[in-house]
Design a protein around this ligand. Sequence first.
Ligand code: C2E
Ligand code: MG
Ligand code: MG
Length: 658
Amino acid sequence: MKKRNIGVLDYLTESLVNPLYQHDLYATYHLLAPALTNTEIQAIYVFDSQGALFHDGQMYPKNLGVAIQNTAVLDSVINRKKNYTAVDNHTLTIAKPILLGNMLLGGVSLELSLKQINNDIDQMSDIFLQENQQSLKSITLILLLAAIVLSFIGLLLSIFISNSLVRPIQALALHAKQIGKGKFDLVNSVQRNDEIGELAQSFNKMGKKLKARTEEITFLAYHDSLTSLPNRPMFIEHTSKLITNCLKTHQKFVVLFIDLDDFKMVNDNFGHKAGDHLLCEISERIKGHLTKNNMTPPHLDDALIARIGGDEFLICLPQIRVEKDINHFTQTLIRKIRAPITINTEQVIVAASVGIAKFPNDGKNAEELIKNADIAMFQAKKVGKNTFSYFTLEMDQHIKNRAKLERDLRKALVNLEQLELWYQPQFDLTNNTLCGAEALLRWNHPELGIIYPDQFISIAEETGLIIPMGDWIIQSACKQLKQWKSQLNGQPFHLALNMSARQIYQNNPTGIFKRMLKKYQIEAGNLHIEVTETLLMRDENEAKSMLNAIRQLGVEVWLDDFGTGYSSLAYLRHFEVDGLKIDRSFILDIDRGIYDKALTSAIISIAHSLDIKVVAEGIEKQSHIDFLKQQQCHFGQGYFYAKAIPANEFSEQFLPNM
Ligand code: C2E
Ligand code: MG
Ligand code: MG
C-alpha cells in the first residue's frame, strides 16, 4: 500500500511545487481531487512551510491556514525535510516535503485508510483458517486411512508370520516338551518343504530313536546282559508289587536264592567264556523247571526268575505255597542243575545251594526276603552244599553275631591287646620228645571270653583285617621263640604258624619275616608256615613264587589239612614243600575205618618217597600214636598230648625248667 501510494505522493510533491509556490488553490484542487477518488486515500493535506493547511483536496477546503494537527509529520517534513511514514491501527500516514531546489515550500501528507487492507487481512485470515481447518480434516482423514491400511497390512503380515513361523515353531516346542516328558510316540504334523519342515521331520525321527534307545536302556537297566533274565532291581520291583497284592489278599509266597557251588572252579579251570556258557545253560534249566511246573518264565503268573550276581539266581514263587510242594520243587530244581554240562568236550557238574524265605514270615519287603533267602542259602552251603535250607531266626541271629564280631574285631585290632597266641605241642614220634608247637590264634574278647579262630579268621580274611593280624602273629611268634631260646638250651624246636591266603597274596610276608628273624635273632629253620590247598588254588604262579621266596629265607613251608582238598596230590607236583600235615579227620577215624587207615599210611609213604616230613594232627588216643608210629610218621599233635594253651602254661608244662 505504501509502495503504491509513494508514487502518488512523489507525483503530488513534484506537481504541487508550482501551485503551492503560487498559492494556486484551483490548480491544487485539480491535482488533489483525482487522487481523492482513490478509496484508499482518506485525506490529503497540503501544508506550507509554516505547517498551516494550504489545501485538503475539497472544492472548498476547510480550516485553511490552520496548523496541521499531526506534529510528528510537521517535525519530520518541515524541521528535517525528511519523508515521514507512520502507521496505526486504522491509518497509514505518509508525508513528503515539497521542495523548490533546496527551498522548503511545504509538504504533502496522505492519510491512507487501512480499512480495506484490514478487511482483506481479516478475509484472508478467515480463508486461511477455513483452508487450515479443511486441510487439517483432510490430513486427519488421510492419516486415519493410512493407519487403517497399515494396520490391515500389519494384521495380514502377522497372520502370515503366525501361520508360517510361530505356529509351527510352537508346535515343535510342544513336541520337544513332550519328548522331554518321555512321550516319544507323539508325531508332529508340521509338513513343509523348508527348514522348519526338515526340523519337524528331525523331531519325529528323534522321538523314534529316543523311544528305541530308552527301551533298550530300560531293558538293560532291568535285565542281566548275559542271560537276559531280569536283574535285581526288576526282581525287587516285581516282588514289591506282589507283596502289595498279597497284603490285600492274605496270600503267601516264597523267594528262592540259588547259588552255584564252587562255580569259581569252572571259571578257573575252563576260563570265563566257559563259565558264561554254563551260566546261560543253568538259566535255561531254571526257566525250563518253571515251565514244567506250569509256569511260563521268566515272569508269568507272578513267578519271576532273576540273575543277581555271578552265580546267583532268584526265583519269586507265588504258585507253590505248601512246604511239601516247595521241597519237591526245590529238590528237583537242584537235581536238574546238577545234570552234567558239556564244556569243551568235557562233562562238568555244578551243584547249587538254595535258600528259601517265606512271605510274610521271613520278610516284610523284597529286600528283606532276598537277604534272608541269602542267609538260608549260606546255611545250605555250610551244611554241605547241593541242598536247600529254609530261613530261620537263628540264622539271622548268627549273621548279626558275626557282624558284631566284625565290629569288635576292628576295635581289637587297634591295639592288638585282645589277641593271644596259644601253643599246641608237637612231638617227635620216634622218641616221644617235644619237637615244636603250632601257634594258634585266640581272641580274648572283653565280653565273650576266649573266641576260637574258626569264628573270626574268615571275618578277618574277608575284611582284610588278617593283614595287620598276620604281621602281629609273625612278630609275636618270633618274640616268643626268642624268650624260650635259653630255656630250650639248644634243643631242636620249631613254631608252626598258619598263613591265610590274603596274607600271602596281598601282603608279601617275606619282608616281615626277614625283619623279625633279624630283630629276635632266630634261625629261620625254627619257623614253619602252614598253608592250605585253598590258599594255593587262588593263583598258583603267585603262590609258588611267594612260597619259594619264604623257603629261600630258610622258613619251612608245610601243607596243612593234607588230603581234604580236591587235588592234594596235584599240588605236591607243583609246589615244593618241606612237610605235610595229615588232616585230623583221617586220624580221628583211623580206628573205625580201613579207608582212613589206608589213606593215612598212603600219605605217610608219599612223604617218605618225596623225602619230606609228615605230621599227623588230631591225635586223641594212644591207638592213634601206635598206628602212626607203625607207619613211621615223623611227628604228632593232638589233644592226647595237649590242647593249645597260653605261652606261660606251655612253657611250664613242656619246656625244661630254667
Ligand atoms: P589248623 O591249622 O588245622 O589247626 C588245627 C586245629 O585243630 C586247631 O583248632 C586245634 O586246636 C585243633 N586240634 C588240634 N588237635 C586236635 C585234636 O586232637 N582234636 C580236635 N578235635 N581238634 C584238634 P583251632 O585253634 O580252633 O584253629 C582252627 C583253625 O584256625 C586252624 O586250623 C587254622 O586254619 C586257623 N588258625 C588258627 N590260628 C591261626 C592263625 O594264627 N592264623 C591263621 N591264618 N589261621 C589260624
Ligand atoms: Mg594249622
Ligand atoms: Mg589243620
